[in-house]
Design a protein around this ligand. Structure first.
Ligand code: HEC
Ligand code: HEC
Ligand code: HEC
Ligand code: HEC
Ligand code: HEC
Ligand code: HEC
Ligand code: HEC
Ligand code: HEC
Ligand code: HEC
Ligand code: HEC
Length: 501
């Protein structure tokens, strides 16, 4: 643009007869060129010198860094080679061909993640979460193309923890029909036992649903809309436990208070340390106060031992001795000097009169729900106290003797997610579990997805990122196979049934 006041013609006048103007050396232009050249060459020289110095460990490598390293890795800040393959681009043997190669790769494929990934993996296999795994497994065995570590865990974004993994990273597979289709196909070619093996302590009982034929390969983007209904709700799973328990009955009016308190959820369900999940229910802590295992109406202070059939049988076969001990204790208390032997004989006789015979005592204790029949009209608590084993248990006869099927009290119902009760303390238990209406053990008292979406959705304004509820890495896959076999083979068979290929 010509400045006002000077016409084009006036400007052209300046170059008249001087058309080689631009070829002539001009002090300003020369200076400009030299400065640019020096800056560039200086930079390169600087890099080379710095490289040498780094090599001799005289200065820090931070100079080249594209940003601060996260705090967990800060100790490697001075040692870039922990993550970067030095010989690819840097190092003492930098050749022209190598340099070309690196530049070409950068333009074509961006940063080469594979060598970095290898470094991440190498170091982390010595550290959790992969440390104990004999075999390295990133997520699921039917993933068709594992993502690079650095796609989800970005470095050089400054000190502090690494950024949490975004939904977008999960959706890059879970919301891609092609990838999920290919994964379903790949899953069909793999043996069933390489799936579903999330690590848990061997003593923990986990309710694992059989993997569906197409695996977990539905296509969806977010929790609030297309995320699948939880499998145990969708398939109307049943609790295979044979322990009889009726939640509803225990909130009825005739249930007596314990220590002045009406029964509530927390009487039986005590949080684990930390509060994330609940402890297993136990007979001694949660039932015995009302179901005391009395068996003789005339001596209600006498209780059967619990938890071991042989112990109960021994107890019943040594009843005279039990009565004798009991009599001595009573005597000490009442300071009455009775004849123990007469007392024992009397009690054995009245017991036989009640039941008919010694064998009948044993049979009734094990196989009858209420061996102490005359108590039908008694108050509820009294009846509860005289319950026999079959009141709560499945009791079978094996080789002539009674066998109690041991209860299977499940510790984790949704192993693929990571729930936390502490964060939901403001919600009523029954809003999620509807336990006070449940009459049968077979009912699985777990909430459906809609229950969670009321809060965990953009509308409910509570975070609903994939990583709020899920983890990504499935550590120790191989280790858990063995753990699981030890833990509860019969229960697993119960659940997996004919599906176990
Ligand atoms: C904990 C691992 C780690 C350490 C240590 C580390 N980096 Fe990186 N660096 C990465 C990753 C991963 C990338 C890939 C891109 C990203 O995530 O930012 C990267 C990318 C880079 C890039 C840009 C991309 C490229 O490769 O051209 C430079 C430059 C870089 N790093 C230099 C350094 C220097 C210099 C150091 C040492 C001071 C260093 N890094 C230490 C992990 C690391
Ligand atoms: C030389 C060893 C080493 C290398 C290489 C390494 N890490 Fe780490 N990383 C660690 C250690 C140690 C921790 C801290 C672990 C801990 O405290 O349990 C850590 C922590 C992490 C964490 C948790 C950090 C947080 O802020 O929550 C992530 C994620 C991680 N590394 C990913 C990577 C990725 C991705 C790479 C490759 C770019 C990588 N690491 C390379 C040793 C390494
Ligand atoms: C590279 C592709 C890929 C990425 C990325 C990915 N997934 Fe998956 N995911 C799969 C495949 C394939 C399955 C199906 C497994 C099967 O069929 O049993 C799956 C299954 C799952 C399951 C159910 C199976 C189980 O045992 O838990 C959960 C939960 C899950 N992914 C969560 C996530 C989360 C959270 C992220 C993001 C941090 C994520 N996925 C990222 C491929 C991927
Ligand atoms: C007297 C003891 C007792 C009380 C009180 C009690 N429960 Fe239970 N609960 C059990 C027993 C025993 C089981 C295991 C047997 C079963 O599955 O029914 C169980 C199982 C559960 C389960 C596991 C899921 C399932 O289907 O097995 C949930 C959830 C549960 N109870 C919630 C509650 C809630 C909520 C309350 C309060 C409204 C409550 N319980 C009150 C004894 C109790
Ligand atoms: C606060 C006292 C109390 C506690 C604690 C208690 N119960 Fe009961 N339970 C009762 C009473 C009372 C009845 C009714 C007895 C009757 O009607 O004969 C009963 C009935 C039952 C019944 C029969 C249910 C039905 O549908 O008829 C079973 C089975 C049972 N309880 C199991 C258990 C188990 C298992 C526990 C421990 C996890 C337990 N109870 C804890 C008081 C209690
Ligand atoms: C009021 C219900 C109730 C009655 C009555 C009852 N039990 Fe139990 N029993 C339980 C509960 C609940 C468990 C599981 C929790 C535990 O082990 O404490 C259990 C567990 C057991 C176990 C498994 C223990 C283990 O370690 O795996 C055996 C065996 C057993 N009971 C035997 C008996 C025998 C024998 C009787 C009769 C004398 C009896 N029970 C009466 C509720 C009852
Ligand atoms: C926001 C819904 C929600 C609320 C509120 C809630 N729970 Fe749960 N609860 C769950 C979920 C989801 C699970 C399944 C967790 C698992 O085992 O993977 C569960 C599991 C359980 C279990 C089975 C054992 C376990 O820890 O996994 C018991 C028992 C239980 N809850 C009792 C309670 C009691 C008692 C309360 C009230 C104090 C309560 N819950 C409140 C959602 C809820
Ligand atoms: C509010 C909690 C929550 C959020 C947020 C969430 N999920 Fe889930 N998801 C669950 C629960 C609970 C299950 C059932 C787990 C079980 O049955 O063991 C589940 C099951 C799954 C399954 C198995 C599905 C099937 O077919 O049974 C996959 C895959 C999955 N989630 C992936 C994701 C992905 C990807 C995201 C992010 C877009 C996500 N989830 C967000 C709670 C959540
Ligand atoms: C009444 C609202 C409400 C309902 C219903 C609800 N949540 Fe939450 N949930 C929350 C809040 C609030 C948090 C805490 C969020 C935070 O820490 O930023 C939370 C946190 C969580 C977390 C993260 C726990 C952690 O360790 O940080 C999980 C997992 C979760 N919810 C799963 C569920 C599941 C599964 C359901 C359905 C069974 C459910 N929630 C139902 C309000 C709810
Ligand atoms: C699809 C995304 C994704 C990829 C790819 C991925 N991670 Fe992760 N990573 C996660 C998420 C989500 C978590 C959070 C906790 C979890 O899921 O176990 C995590 C957690 C971690 C942790 C911290 C574990 C802890 O217990 O605190 C380390 C270390 C880690 N990843 C290393 C790696 C390495 C090494 C690679 C590559 C071999 C990798 N990750 C690839 C998503 C990913």
């Amino acid at each position: 643009m010509a400045t006002p006041g000077r016409t084009q013609k006036q400007i052209a006048e300046r170059y008249k007869g001087n058309l080689g103007y631009y070829k002539k050396k001009h002090p300003w232009r020369v200076a400009r060129f030299v400065t640019s050249f020096l800056a560039l060459a200086g930079g390169i020289a600087g890099i080379i010198v710095y490289q040498k110095l780094i090599f001799q460990r005289q200065v820090s490598e931070e100079f080249f860094s594209s940003g601060k390293i996260s705090s967990q890795h800060a100790k490697y800040e001075q040692d870039c080679a922990q993550c970067h393959d030095k010989n690819a681009a840097m190092g003492s043997d930098l050749t022209l061909a190598k340099f070309h190669g690196v530049i070409r790769d950068r333009f074509h494929r961006g940063i080469d993640f594979s060598s970095i990934d290898h470094k991440c993996q190498e170091c982390h296999e010595k550290n959790p979460p992969f440390g104990t795994a004999k075999k390295y497994d990133l997520h699921e065995p039917n993933v068709v193309d594992n993502r690079s570590c650095s796609i989800c865990h970005q470095e050089h974004l400054g000190p502090g923890p690494m950024k949490p993994v975004a939904d977008l990273q999960c959706a890059s597979c879970h919301n891609d029909r092609g990838i999920m289709e290919a994964s379903a196909k790949k899953g069909a070619t793999l043996p069933a036992d390489v799936f579903h093996l999330r690590a848990h302590p061997p003593q923990q009982i986990v309710f694992e649903m059989p993997r569906p034929a197409r695996g977990y390969t539905q296509v969806f983007r977010s929790f609030a809309d297309e995320h699948p209904e939880f499998q145990l709700i969708q398939q109307k799973a049943r609790d295979p436990d044979v322990l009889r328990f009726n939640h509803q009955r225990h909130f009825a009016n005739d249930i007596p208070p314990v220590n002045g308190q009406k029964l509530d959820c927390n009487y039986c369900h005590k949080p684990e340390p930390g509060g994330r999940f609940y402890q297993r229910v136990s007979f001694a802590a949660n039932c015995q106060a009302c179901h005391a295992l009395q068996f003789d109406k005339n001596n209600p202070q006498l209780h059967l031992p619990h938890g071991d059939v042989n112990l109960v049988r021994t107890f019943l076969r040594t009843l005279p001795a039990q009565y004798a001990t009991f009599a001595r204790l009573q005597d000490a208390k009442t300071a009455r000097n009775g004849d123990v032997r007469t007392f024992v004989a009397q009690q054995m006789n009245q017991l036989r009169a009640q039941f008919g015979s010694d064998d009948e005592v044993e049979r009734a204790v094990f196989f009858e729900t209420d061996p102490y029949k005359p108590q039908r009209q008694a108050p509820a608590l009294h009846r509860a106290n005289f319950a026999g084993c079959a009141f709560c248990h499945e009791v079978k006869t094996v080789k002539g003797g009674p066998v109690v099927t041991p209860p299977v009290l499940v510790d984790r119902w949704m192993p693929q997610a990571h729930f936390n009760h502490v964060k939901h303390a403001s919600v009523k238990c029954d809003d999620c579990h509807h336990a006070s209406q449940s009459r049968e053990t077979a009912e699985v008292l777990m909430p459906a997805k809609a229950n969670c979406v009321t809060c965990h959705s953009p509308k409910g304004r509570v975070v609903s990122e994939c990583i709020t509820c899920h983890t990504y890495h499935a550590p120790g896959q191989v280790v858990t196979v063995e753990m699981h076999a030890d833990a509860s083979p019969s229960f697993k068979q119960m659940l997996l049934g004919g599906n176990e290929r």
